[in-house]
Design a protein around this ligand. Structure first.
Ligand code: PLP
Length: 639
């Protein structure tokens, strides 16, 4: 029995602690008194929270099945407000003479809704956009209305890209071209002269400061982006030669996404501020310092400099940035610039939640084994039986090694035809019984041999869930990114199972076996026993950044259903947008099948079967109907 149970009933508060919810949720998610996961649009004011299960049920009644991605408009709005307010407060407190202007980097989540919300809701803060390609610029130009908001153009820019940006300038928008490659400047100068517009020019610098975390290579001397100091002086000379140094207004850098250590963020600012001061000395008007993205999300809630976390709060982030820019520039007698940040991950991560159901489970439970075995039993099986009998705290490492050794022998014997199916089945039961005995014994020991760490993983359940890892949480597969995962119901009941999550792609990589933990990485997720016939849902949280468009069509599982939700003042919710996920016909057409042609070909085969007398014409009709239904259906498991 778990100590929680001895001390009293399991409570929602215990679930909140077990899944570490308070530490990663940013206050947007919590557990209700009756054990349901709740979304709170205004952290701190818990009274109008909505249960995720109510939204899922409401969505299902309207015909949209799980897996479904829920997007909460309120959260996106709240994050933009929080970032702008925190910077404004830090500037006020420190007496900073410049301003803050946020820009949203489109690549982090390019959904039209996100851009629309940033433009609409961000207007009162003049929150703008950062684009890295022509397509992103074209999208941003359609959404932006605010002439005080910045439009930062990074990425490689061809003539078409530059023309569009210059037209935007002509229309009164604050469009900046950030020079990433020396070659770009010539085209900008040329086009600007022809179009008679004064461009706003920025320079992206390559810093020597290196940031930790997964994206460390975005920074340092070998970074593939940005100009080195010599290239910067060449840009200045080229601008001077064209009498355009007055166009140089912005300094930019980006040291990588999800920077977990505030120390790296500060080091980069000090270095960049020095360069900024030197550009002013060279005679450039400047006025803008753009420090890129990097504001991290505390996915595991550990508040450390571990890759899925961050060792600073948003408050500290803003204060440290303002302080570092200020102190360096004051020393150099340079006026305070407008500080721009390009936070994407932190702005959108909280706003989406993926919800799927559990389809089936597999347990590696102790099988019943016989009291004794036949004297003529195959030797390795008899040895395994003996091992099973002798498991004790003193010899568990030895028993574990023996069990593995005999199992290998037995498998080899089966391959060579020395034993049959029934004997192999007996051996399998003996093996799992032994492993469970060892796991139980280990749990009761205070110290256990290091190698046995693996044993708990061997007895974890597998919960098969209705989603595709590759489509919906690709970073979990590609870079072992951790996301908080929590069942959305029954949180007033103790979760008695420990499971790894398998998706339905049937790919051996399509599983999640690393979970957030305050001190380490968990190898299994505490989860409830599934009751036959009940719907049991699991939520993957903080998936709003990067996951949606990086996903792919592995095994032809397509886009999930997506529903945008607005939590209303009275604690109810509106479904503001619904997007049906891909149908089978949709995903097949992505790989060049034509649905009409598929039907024609299959009908031919069915007609042939009629001709051969295998099926009746009426059966052909039925078969064609189910083929059609299949084409029109959802790519995921339907109830
Ligand atoms: C990806 C990227 C960002 C976004 O960074 P986050 O850490 O997600 O906020 C900002 N600026 C540039 C140039 C980028 O490439």
């Amino acid at each position: 029995m778990n100590s929680g149970e001895i001390l009293g009933r399991w409570t929602p508060a215990k679930s909140e602690e077990l899944y570490n919810i308070k530490n990663w949720s940013g206050g947007y998610f919590s557990v209700s008194e009756d054990g349901y996961m709740v979304v709170n649009p205004a952290p701190g004011k818990d009274d109008n929270g909505v249960k995720l299960i109510d939204i899922i049920n409401g969505v299902a009644e309207r015909g949209l099945d799980v897996p479904v991605l829920l997007r909460f408009e309120n959260i996106l709005d709240a994050q933009i407000a929080l970032l702008n307010k925190t910077f404004a407060e830090a500037m006020k407190k420190l007496g900073y003479a410049g301003k803050y202007r946020g820009v949203y980097p489109v690549k982090v989540n390019q959904q039209q809704q996100v851009l629309e919300e940033v433009a609409r809701f961000g207007q009162k803060y003049h929150h703008g956009f950062e684009v890295g390609s022509k397509a992103e610029l074209i999208a941003a130009l359609a959404e932006i209305r605010d002439r005080e908001a910045c439009l930062i153009c990074n990425g490689y820019k061809d003539e078409e890209f530059i023309n569009l940006g210059l037209f935007a300038n002509k229309m009164g928008f604050q469009c900046f071209f950030v020079i990433e490659m020396p070659g770009e400047l010539g085209i900008i100068i040329d086009r600007a002269k022809k179009m008679k517009v004064k461009p706003n020019i920025g320079i992206r610098i390559k810093l020597s400061s290196v940031a930790g975390g997964h994206w460390a290579e975005s920074s340092g001397d070998r970074s593939i982006f940005g100009l080195n100091i010599t290239q910067i002086t060449e840009v200045i000379d080229q601008l001077k030669a064209n009498d355009m140094l007055d166009c140089l207004k912005l300094l930019h850098y980006h040291i990588g996404s999800q920077v977990p250590n505030i120390h790296d963020i500060r080091a980069a600012i000090f270095e960049a501020s020095r360069v900024y001061a030197e550009l002013v000395k060279e005679g450039a008007p400047m006025g803008y310092m753009d420090i890129g993205g990097g504001l991290a999300v505390d996915y595991d809630g550990s508040h450390t400099n571990y890759g899925s976390s961050r060792n600073y709060s948003v408050d500290e982030y803003c204060t440290d940035i303002v302080e570092a820019v200020m102190s360096t520039l004051d020393e150099n007698d340079v006026p305070h610039p407008i500080i721009i940040t390009e936070s994407g991950r932190w702005v959108v991560a909280y706003y989406s939640v993926l919800i799927f159901n559990v389809l089936d489970t597999m347990k590696f439970e102790s099988y019943e084994i016989p009291e004794s075995i036949e004297p003529d039993t195959f030797e390795a099986i008899a040895n395994l039986f003996e091992t099973n009998k002798t498991v004790s705290p003193k010899n568990i490492q030895e028993c574990y090694n023996d069990a593995l050794y005999y199992r290998d022998q037995i498998r080899a014997a089966f391959k060579h035809g020395q034993i049959g199916l029934r004997e192999l089945s007996l051996a399998e039961k003996l093996f799992w019984n032994t492993i469970n005995k060892i796991a139980d014994t280990k749990k009761r020991m205070r110290i256990s041999p290091g190698e046995l760490e693996l044993i708990e993983r061997a007895v974890n359940d597998i919960y098969y869930c209705n989603f595709s890892l590759f489509q919906s949480i690709p970073d979990s597969w590609a870079i072992d990114h951790l996301f908080p995962i929590v069942p959305i119901q029954k949180l007033d009941v103790m979760p008695r199972r420990n499971a790894v999550i398998a998706d339905i792609t049937c790919d051996c990589d399509g599983k999640i076996d690393q979970f957030i933990d305050l001190h380490d990485i968990r190898r299994s997720l505490p989860i409830h026993e599934i009751v036959e016939g009940e719907d049991y849902y699991v939520g993957v949280f903080l998936v709003g950044a990067y996951q949606e468009t990086l996903g792919d069509l592995h095994n032809l599982f397509g886009d999930t259903n997506v529903v945008s939700v607005k939590i209303t003042e009275d604690g109810d919710f509106d479904l503001t947008r619904e997007t049906h996920g891909d149908t089978v016909a949709d995903v097949l057409s992505y790989v060049e099948f034509s649905p009409a042609e598929l039907i024609r070909q299959f009908r031919e085969a069915a007609e042939m079967a009629v001709k051969e007398g295998r099926i009746s014409p009426a059966e052909r009709r039925e078969i064609m109907q189910s083929y059609q239904n299949g084409l029109n259906g959802y790519t995921y498991y339907e109830k």
